[in-house]
Design a binder for this molecule. Structure first.
Ligand code: GLN
Length: 279
């Protein structure tokens, strides 16, 4: 069977299984198995697919049809143009979260400074920022040891030398260290949110997604504890759910932050809220 027909059949199967992007999923999985990019698949569509690779591809398509996220099946996801290794121990980096990187880059105009990413997972936000601001010292922390190892490996593979990672439950391992910018994409989904039963999130670690009855437990904790780790004038910027912006602004206000604002993500939803300490 040639590559075109293989992709056509897989696309049909994934569409029936309910994937929102069946053709793209099939192309990414086949490209991974053959070690080629999607352009190659278009160019060489009439070539026969080798039997061994075809069997591996069919196995991946079957797993995808059961709902397993493509990023876990191929072990990789691109974020901010960086190819990051992923693992089921961490959240899959999402395009929404690039908004948080943009916000941080707009804030951090000095050539040097200290940046902290809380709950770094794959290291996505920390590495994106570090790659854009080589003069900054970037620290990423995660409570999960496997995430720290993964983020460190991602930094090494990408050759990003100004980011380091350590295990810490939020600020617990940081002593009195202070930062110019603190960012976080914490868990923010409410326990009872039906969204948790759909799509990729079913396969992601609940500890990276779920935050108490109202989804605000971790955001609240960050707002309250960040001031002890922010330099004068330092910023805290957090990703949150599309309907949480107002409550996060209220939390920041109650805790004495200034210059509080929210920013939209690529789908036009208020996704990031930030505030700063008095200068
Ligand atoms: N944005 C993710 C989702 O809704 C959740 C990420 C998070 O909880 N930090 O699938």
């Amino acid at each position: 069977m040639d590559i075109d027909s293989l992709l056509g059949r897989a696309t049909e199967r994934l569409a029936q299984a309910g994937s929102a992007s069946p053709r793209l999923d099939a192309e990414v999985l086949l490209g991974h198995v053959l070690g080629v990019d999607r352009t190659w698949l278009y160019t060489w569509g009439d070539r026969a697919a080798p039997v061994y690779e075809r069997a591996r591809f069919e196995a991946l398509v079957a797993a995808r049809a059961e709902g397993h996220p493509v990023a876990y099946l191929i072990g990789e996801r691109e974020f901010w143009g960086l190819a990051l290794t992923t693992s089921p121990q961490t959240l899959i980096p999402r395009p929404d979260t690039e908004t948080l990187v943009e916000v941080a880059l707009e804030l951090a105009l000095a050539t040097r400074g200290h940046f902290l990413d809380l709950g770094t997972g794959t290291g996505a936000i920390a590495l994106a920022f570090a790659s854009e601001r080589p003069g900054w010292q970037v620290t990423g922390i995660d409570r999960v040891e496997e995430a720290v190892a993964l983020a460190t490996a991602n930094a090494d593979r990408l050759g990003i030398a100004n980011a380091s990672f350590l295990a810490s439950d939020w600020f617990s391992a940081l002593a009195a260290e202070c930062f110019d910018v603190i960012v976080a994409n914490p868990p923010y989904i409410a326990e009872s949110d039906p969204h948790l039963m759909l799509g990729d999130v079913r396969f992601e670690p609940a500890s990276a997604l779920v935050a108490g009855e109202d989804g605000l437990a971790d955001l609240r904790c960050l707002v309250e504890s960040a001031p002890r780790h922010l330099l004068p004038g330092g910023w805290l910027a957090m990703e949150h759910g599309h309907d949480q912006a107002e409550r996060v602004r209220q939390l920041l206000q109650a805790a004495g932050y200034r210059d509080i604002a929210s920013r939209h993500d690529i789908s036009g939803r208020q996704r990031v809220t930030l505030g700063r300490m008095a200068g």
